[in-house]
Design a binder for this molecule. Structure first.
Ligand code: GDP
Ligand code: MG
Length: 441
């Protein structure tokens, strides 16, 4: 999907930064142009694109470098911050007040995905232990109630609607009364064309009467730059609290959503990633930008790198990342990892590796540290450097020499092999964007 393509082109742009031997004005300018191109290709609003690239250039060239931060790191940080900025800085999950009904009112034009999204949100909250109910106030579209009822069943939440009543505000108020003791009540509203005056008026009245905790604008992520105009029109009618960008699964023009946010200043809190009611994700800007750039939470990563730099001698990291990985390295690594929470977390943040970092293996390694030390000390230097040469007689000798069992020695060798394999994965995937201090190739 487009967001991934955007991600990979931004990632390519940043890779240049890490390959370059010096970070000078020409390079910053080139990066600015690359970023412009990436964003424009994803249909991000031109004005916004120019603003961002200009700010990146300005800051990269003029800001004073914080102590201990290289120009390279600073540049990445600036890119990260500017991209995060346009997406809304706050990690913006919905604020739910307990002991009170939280009314969420969904608005948006017809077909944007409101009804589907209502059910998705209902399921999302229900699953998190909040009593949730749905109200269908769409009195225009035939079958609207039936659609919501069907989705409500899937989400396992009750649905209120009344086909006999034509006044949507009346239905909303009745629904609120009916679900008085619920934690969350989601109002699915009718959406027609954005310019339809009666829709806007109805929306405004409803907002006044039901006083929602939050008005959520549902935007179709496939409509590109129109998202901005649409968001503005709705925002003028009632202040939009947050945005749900639907249909980002198949989208070719997801960048439009970025523009929408920048236009009205409301954060994206969730995204829809498919037609099923489980297909949604909470949206955390920093994580999203990180993902765009082809990695995990970049901000934390940068911080962790710094923390890690203080504690891990570069040589150790080199061993970690270089092709050579011996039993001595393993011992050193396990030892430093134990004292090094940060590095362990750091590695967890590299996407694609997350699921592969065997926590239990790490724990096991830590539990066996002392024994491993004794076993490794009973080996010859040759064996430590080149564990391949181990055969059963060597295993027997080391077991005897260290006062352990052959089984334990074999276990250590097995763990070593697993770790070595893991190191290979790191090398292949690289630790992208960590700069020249952490060469990955
Ligand atoms: P409404 O008119 O705003 O209530 O929109 P609906 O909820 O009826 O959705 C319109 C269409 O968009 C339906 O076919 C939905 O299945 C589809 N849809 C909604 N959200 C998503 C999404 O996140 N991904 C995909 N692929 N389709 C979606
Ligand atoms: Mg609908």
């Amino acid at each position: 999907m487009v967001l991934e393509r955007l991600g990979s082109s931004l990632y390519e742009a940043l890779r240049k930064v890490f390959r370059a031997s010096v970070i000078d004005e020409a390079l910053v300018k080139e990066l600015g142009r690359d970023i412009q191109r990436s964003l424009l290709q994803s249909d991000v609003n031109v004005k916004l694109v120019l603003e961002i690239s200009k700010r990146i250039e300005d800051r990269a060239l003029n800001e004073k470098l914080p102590k201990g931060v290289s120009r390279r790191e600073h540049l990445v940080k600036v890119v990260y911050e500017e991209l995060t900025h346009i997406l809304g800085e706050k990690s913006a999950l919905l604020k739910i007040r307990t002991g009170k009904s939280n009314i969420l009112m969904l608005v948006g034009i017809q077909g944007s995905g409101k009804t589907t999204t209502s059910a998705k949100l209902a399921k999302y909250f229900q699953k998190r232990g909040l009593n949730t109910a749905l109200v269908c106030t769409d009195t225009y579209r035939p079958g609207a109630l039936a659609q919501l009822e069907q989705l409500g069943k899937l989400a396992n939440v009750p649905v209120y609607g009344n086909p006999k009543v034509k006044n949507s505000i009346q239905i909303a108020l009745d629904g609120l009364k009916k679900f008085d003791n619920y934690d969350i009540i989601i109002l699915d509203t009718a959406g027609r064309h954005k310019n339809e005056k009666s829709l806007i008026k109805e929306m405004r009245t409803m907002e006044k009467r039901v006083k929602p905790r939050e008005v959520i604008l549902v935007i179709d992520g496939t409509i590109g730059q129109q998202a901005a105009t649409q968001a503005k029109a709705f925002h003028e009618a009632t202040p939009i609290g947050s945005i749900f960008v639907a249909k980002l699964d198949g989208s070719a023009r997801g960048g439009g959503a970025l523009s929408a946010v920048a236009t009205i200043g409301a954060p994206i809190k969730f995204i829809g990633t498919g037609e099923k009611i489980g297909d949604m994700e909470a949206f955390v800007p920093s994580r999203f930008v990180g993902r765009l750039l082809g990695m995990g939470d970049l901000q934390s990563l940068i911080e962790k790198v710094r923390e890690a730099e203080v504690e891990v001698p570069e040589k150790k990291l080199q061993a970690f990342l270089s092709g050579r990985f011996t039993l001595t390295d393993m011992y050193e690594q396990v030892k430093s990892m134990r004292s090094l929470g940060p590095l362990r977390h750091l590695l967890k943040m590299v996407p694609g590796l997350t699921y592969k970092i065997p926590d239990d293996m790490m724990e096991m390694a830590e539990g066996h540290m002392e024994k491993w030390r004794i076993i490794i000390e009973s080996m010859t230097p040759e064996e430590r450097e080149n564990p391949k040469i181990f055969n059963s007689s060597r295993v027997r000798r080391v077991a005897r020499g260290s006062g352990t069992s052959e089984k334990e020695v074999k276990e250590l060798l097995k763990q070593y092999k697993t770790m070595k394999k893991m190191m290979k994965t790191f090398r292949r995937k690289g630790l992208p964007l960590l700069g020249k201090k952490f060469p990955t190739r």
